[in-house]
Design a protein around this ligand. Structure first.
Ligand code: AMP
Length: 393
């Protein structure tokens, strides 16, 4: 079965076509800067092990034009379409075949993800128009976190804010956490139900998960992707009183403060840069704030690892993934330093060795295995799309 995976953002459209029978990627790419004065279309196709890449700049007025471009570039047959949808609320516990009711339920969750769900829905509608009759499946970022128990997903607000306004922890990056948890269990020679893992998705956005026997018990992001560890430009957890204090004392309004918390904080807020490659360079040149940003980031990661070790009771493995998790040995080493009390020791040489394949970085005496496993959210979406279509109930 060939599955086209579509991930529509506010100004972008990512796509990948999988031949699931042969576990091969046939084509993929991204349309960026949709609606801006100059759009960019990057397309890759794979033929007999060779990658052929093309890049074009052109005006792409809207997602409809982007989708038409993508459809024109894909020459292979498409049997089904899998969509990334960010927020499924409590309505969706697993990947779901799309029909009118499902679209309405996604729309009803728009207020919880106003920047993400509307473009996701546009992607679904356009794919229905362009590929009529092809089955479509929604895979929600929030699915994997629906096993988090009530005591962990509720905020200590008046209870009716949960029932009336749906305020609770939903968690994000679920597709990535599920993929690396399953993959790591497989690499350990176990079933997902046989291991307890702490998974660390550290990219521009960061989230950490406590996973017990394949089921998510807690995660660092919250009702929105602003919570948890500090990120490239997002604050992570914050004393909630700071919001009102800023309103009262800076003259900024709610929207402006929201912008600061989401776009001007995190690593960028501390040292002016959000890409850790640049931050390490700057720190190596003696920039104190760049060094401080790295120390804060690693410290916050360490605290979540400790907290989630307590949540799980017994931990078999830690798994690092995404841009920072897969590539940044400095952050990994700092976050895992002095954790032998938890049974975590890393091997510096293994940690510093570069590899794009999954590998371990723990030392011989470490009780807990430490893995670096590249994530593959698109493959996970394609896999779940096939599962939904093969087992319709
Ligand atoms: P992602 O959101 O997963 O694409 O991750 C993007 C982030 O990964 C960038 O902002 C960088 O901070 C980080 N990153 C990517 N490559 C490297 C690298 N080689 N070393 C350190 N950080 C990296």
């Amino acid at each position: 079965m060939n599955v086209l995976v579509i991930n529509t953002g506010s100004s972008s459209l990512k796509y990948q076509l999988f031949d699931m029978d042969n576990q091969a990627v046939l084509a993929g790419g991204v349309v960026e800067r949709i609606g801006e004065s100059q759009g960019v279309l990057t397309h890759k196709k794979f033929s007999q092990g060779k990658e052929i890449k093309t890049k074009e700049t052109l005006v792409i007025q809207n997602h409809g034009e982007a989708m038409l471009l993508v459809a024109g570039l894909i020459t292979q047959k498409i049997d089904a379409i899998g969509h990334r949808v960010v927020q499924g609320g409590e309505d969706f516990k697993e990947a779901t075949r799309i029909n009118e009711d499902v679209k309405n339920a996604i729309q009803a969750n728009n207020p919880l993800a106003p920047l993400h769900n509307p473009p996701n829905l546009i992607g679904i509608q356009l794919a229905e128009d362009l590929f009529p009759g092809k089955p479509q499946v929604a895979v929600f970022d929030t699915n994997f976190h629906q096993t988090i128990p009530e005591k962990a997903y509720l905020y200590a607000l008046p209870y009716e804010y949960y029932t009336d306004y749906k305020i609770r922890k939903y968690g994000f990056h679920g597709t990535s956490h599920k993929y690396i948890a399953n993959k790591t269990a497989e690499l350990m020679g176990k079933e997902p139900e046989e291991v307890n893992l702490i998974t660390l998705h550290l990219g521009n956005g960061c989230s950490i998960c406590a996973i017990k026997k394949g089921k998510c018990q807690d995660t660092s992001m919250g009702m929105t992707p602003l919570a948890g560890v500090m990120m490239g430009t997002r604050t992570g957890d914050l004393d909630p009183a700071i919001f009102g204090y800023l309103m009262d004392n800076t003259g900024m309004g709610q929207r402006e403060i929201d912008q600061v918390l989401n776009k001007k904080s995190g690593l960028k807020g501390i040292c002016g840069l959000n890409d850790l490659r640049d931050i390490h360079e700057q720190a190596a040149r003696g920039d104190k704030l760049a060094g401080l940003a790295v120390e804060m980031f690693a410290y916050q990661i360490k605290k979540f690892i400790g907290a989630y070790a307590a949540v799980l009771g017994h931990v078999d493995g830690l798994v690092f993934t995404a841009g920072v998790g897969e590539n940044d040995e400095i952050v990994r080493a700092k976050a895992l330093a002095d954790m032998s009390v938890f049974g975590i020791e890393i091997d510096q040489d293994k940690n510093e060795a570069r590899s794009s394949a999954p590998h371990t970085i723990h030392g011989a005496n470490s009780r807990i295995q430490v893995w670096v496993v590249p994530t593959n959210e698109e493959l996970q979406i394609a896999t779940e799309t096939c599962q939904v279509l093969e087992n319709p109930n």
